[in-house]
Design a protein around this ligand. Structure first.
Ligand code: AMP
Ligand code: MG
Length: 411
């Protein structure tokens, strides 16, 4: 049975895959109000509108003296008639013909139109000698200059960073409406896959995918349930999927979705929901299986450890972000020089594991020696992916290529 991710039979580009995902998925989690101290990295679920001006009042940007420029006599000497410190407004405003000692952040006395900075002034008994050439508003921070009352300071869908919490506090907020964490269940499949820690039976390998995929999900803010390693047995996989569907917003597996006789994830998912295969025109990466298990979104990643990480970053990540209610901020791609030669047959989009290297004022991408989709050390060595478009031919050293950092691809 085909489902909501049904696709044509041809190869699908990454861009087409992303466009399809964006129309088919929305937030899968509810919202909750959390205090600012707990909101870091949460996905904001409301537009935050400021009910006040920030700063709320005109105030001094310097320690110095506030005065009215029209009052300045030829000798630029004014009597100091008051003092205004931060948090202590001057009642009554600036008396005519006087200057007021003022400190950074102190509200401007009504009537003053400039502040002279301390370093430019000279104190002379009860008077101050002010500098020439100050313009209207010099060294004054205007009310609302940072945020005007009624402005949206933070849009729904962003992942909250320290500065976002700061601006929310500046508008008087103590708590924010955020998305509840996405609950994701993760398991690996394969009779040859073993849990690290125990001696390795002959013919077996240790599980890596549960650790990379689980950590990638956690890095995006999901709450991950580790469901362990499932054997290549249809009934066991089917029962585990059904149980996972009951308490999760997403199920993610690796392995068992190609077309071999031992690939039992496909029939297990089909027995409980629907499954579609997206044959992506990418390397590394095989078909990615997308579907649902009793209504819960399902992502079946390939088994090869590098393919797991790359298809997660390119396809599962945007999908997970949509389920989390996060807006797509897009990926920053750096144009860099290829520090390598690479033969590329147009047709499939290829992602090379790469590192950035400085050479004087040039920035070069170095490529890992092997393209194998099972060579996990390539991921450990690299800092990001060089994206070779479908249409591109061979790459010669010194040609420009695009680099996307893991910092972008994992958040
Ligand atoms: P599969 O798609 O199940 O045929 O797996 C493809 C390849 O990835 C095989 O060589 C598997 O042994 C390997 N593989 C599958 N799952 C894992 C895993 N969890 N950890 C490490 N390698 C895996
Ligand atoms: Mg397998």
């Amino acid at each position: 049975m085909t489902g909501r991710f049904a696709a044509g039979s041809g190869l699908m580009s990454v861009d087409e895959a992303l466009a399809r995902l964006s129309v088919r998925l929305g937030p899968a989690t509810g919202t909750e109000s959390v205090g600012l101290a707990r909101a870091l990295s949460c996905i904001l679920a409301e537009d935050v509108v400021s009910p006040i001006n920030v700063p709320p009042h005109d105030n001094s940007a310097m320690d110095g003296w506030a005065f009215r420029r029209a009052d300045l006599p030829a000798d630029r000497r004014l009597p100091v008639v008051g003092r205004v410190a931060a948090g202590h407004p001057l009642s009554g405003g600036l008396p005519p013909g006087g200057a007021v000692r003022i400190f950074t952040g102190a509200p401007m006395p009504a009537g003053a139109d400039a502040v002279a900075m301390q370093e430019d002034c000279k104190e002379d008994g009860e008077c101050v000698i002010l500098p020439p050439h100050l313009a209207d508003g010099d060294n004054i921070r205007r009310a609302g200059e940072d945020v005007a009352e009624g402005t949206v300071v933070l849009p729904a869908g962003i992942r909250l960073r320290p500065q976002d919490l700061g601006i929310a506090a500046a508008t008087g907020r103590t708590a924010l409406l955020v998305r509840r964490p996405l609950r994701a269940a993760v398991f690996s499949t394969g009779d040859e896959i073993c849990e690290p820690g125990a001696p390795l039976p002959s013919g077996c390998i240790y599980d890596t995918n549960r650790f990379t995929a689980g950590a990638l999900l956690r890095g995006l803010g999901a709450e991950v349930t580790d469901l362990g390693i499932l054997p290549d047995r249809l009934e066991v996989i089917r029962a585990a999927l059904a149980e996972a569907a009951a308490g999760h917003d997403l199920i993610l597996t690796s392995g068992g979705v190609s077309v071999g006789d031992e690939d039992h994830v496909k029939p297990a998912v089909l027995a409980l929901g629907s499954l579609d295969f997206w044959r992506l025109a990418i390397k590394p990466g095989r078909p990615v299986a997308l579907g649902e298990v009793q209504g819960v979104p399902f992502i079946g990643l390939p088994g090869n450890p590098v393919a797991v990480m790359v298809t997660f970053m390119l396809i599962a990540r945007p999908m997970v972000l949509r389920l989390m209610g996060a807006g797509d901020a897009g990926l920053i791609r750096f144009p860099v020089e290829a520090g390598f030669a690479f033969r590329h047959k147009p047709g499939r989009r290829e992602f090379l594991r790469a590192r950035l290297v400085r050479d004087g004022d040039r920035l070069l991408a170095a490529k890992f020696s092997s393209e194998g989709s099972g060579v996990l050390t390539s991921m450990v060595w690299s800092q990001g992916l060089v994206d070779i478009p479908e249409t591109r031919g061979d790459v010669a050293p010194g040609e420009m290529v695009e680099f996307v950092s893991y910092a972008e691809l994992m958040r």
